[in-house]
Ligand binder design. Sequence first.
Ligand SMILES: Cc1cc2nc3c(=O)[nH]c(=O)nc-3n(C[C@H](O)[C@H](O)[C@H](O)COP(=O)(O)OP(=O)(O)OC[C@H]3O[C@@H](n4cnc5c(N)ncnc54)[C@H](O)[C@@H]3O)c2cc1C
Length: 394
Amino acid sequence: MGNSDRQSRSLRDKGEVIVVGGSAAGLFTAASVARGGRRVRVLESKPELEPAPRTLIVTDHFRSQLGASGASSIRNEIRRFELFTDGRSAQVALSRPDLIIERSRLIPALAREAQEAGATFSYDTRFLGIGPNARGLRIETESGGSREALHADELVGADGAASRVARLSGWPPVETVPLMQAIVRLPQDCPPDTTRVWFVPDDTPYFYWLVPESPERGALGIIGEDGRDTKRCIERFLEKKKMEPLEWQGARIPVYKRWVPVQRRIGNGDVYLVGDAAAQVKVSTVGGIVTGFRGALGVAQAILQGGRSNGNNGSNELTALRRELGTHWLIRRALHHFQQKDYSQLVDLLDASTRQSLGEINRDESTRLLWNVVRRQPRLVLLGLRGLLMGKKI
Ligand SMILES: Cc1cc2nc3c(=O)[nH]c(=O)nc-3n(C[C@H](O)[C@H](O)[C@H](O)COP(=O)(O)OP(=O)(O)OC[C@H]3O[C@@H](n4cnc5c(N)ncnc54)[C@H](O)[C@@H]3O)c2cc1C
């Protein structure tokens, strides 16, 4: 028997890795860990693989993360951003287009990849509890009214913002904010390759967006702070823009404020968190797909290396992700205290050179982006610092 055969047999002889949550981050983890030779089982509380439709915008980093399975979910490409505030506007051209993806296509494609890599799936199966046993972890589940205890060497919590895995394993809860979006007919004056963003600080410290998913339809959304106010604001905004909601999508999404260590030890077993469960969401744009995949890859590497990562910075992927999320948090902290006059100044300041810098760089590489903006447009940074120094905690 060759060295690699022996190695893959010894990996398979190890106990199972259980992933709780069969959505974006969980399926990506499952595929990566199974491809590395470990036995993987995904537990998903939904009865079957039928994800609700959701229009998502991601940077083109997505293509290199997913390859063929990602390509089948791409519906449109965005080449330009238009920013609006108080009667002003500015345009930002993207040199590498953002992608519009459809979640109800992405999730089945990811599930197929995980299955082909050897992962098994238990739908209609809810994770209930966790505790140590002699060899690793005892996982309690419920399926169709009956309870079962499973054994795992490692457990991955990919069960979203309200993660039960995180809570029962001793992680503090992550903060969440409401996100709502309405599918609308795309207004005739909105090109299908252009995303519009409106800063309306009286309504929200975040922003409204209109993301075209095709030449005919788009998703108009808002992130707010309070669920009821957010609904009222988006309804008023739609009315003002004379747009009819054709359908609604929404949920609470995590706000990243500090790095959530992704690994904890319970008895002789390891518990990891990925995706929304670990608040791996870019808080300046509230995107969680690409960053969730990065977190998933980092955790998969840690598991395949036998947990040698300390869960915080043992993997390059996790180190890069932490830096990325931290930069987005700084940007958000600055913007969070912006008043109307600050946004007006910001949009005015987006002159040709800054626009070029924003467009040239993939927005996932936010550190580089920040340095480019600092270099080319120091006044913009001063404006940001004012926001940072306002003192008020968010
Ligand atoms: C309306 C909307 C628009 C968005 N737009 C964008 C966007 O444009 N770009 C972007 O990048 N991101 C966007 N996001 C955020 C993005 O969708 C999330 O960051 C991403 O889906 C998180 O994936 P996840 O796998 O970590 O968690 P989730 O997708 O929340 O999946 C968690 C899974 O765990 C399962 N589960 C939960 N509890 C249990 C349990 N006890 N037992 C078993 N299974 C369980 C759930 O059924 C679910 O399938 C948007 C979010 C919303 C709500």
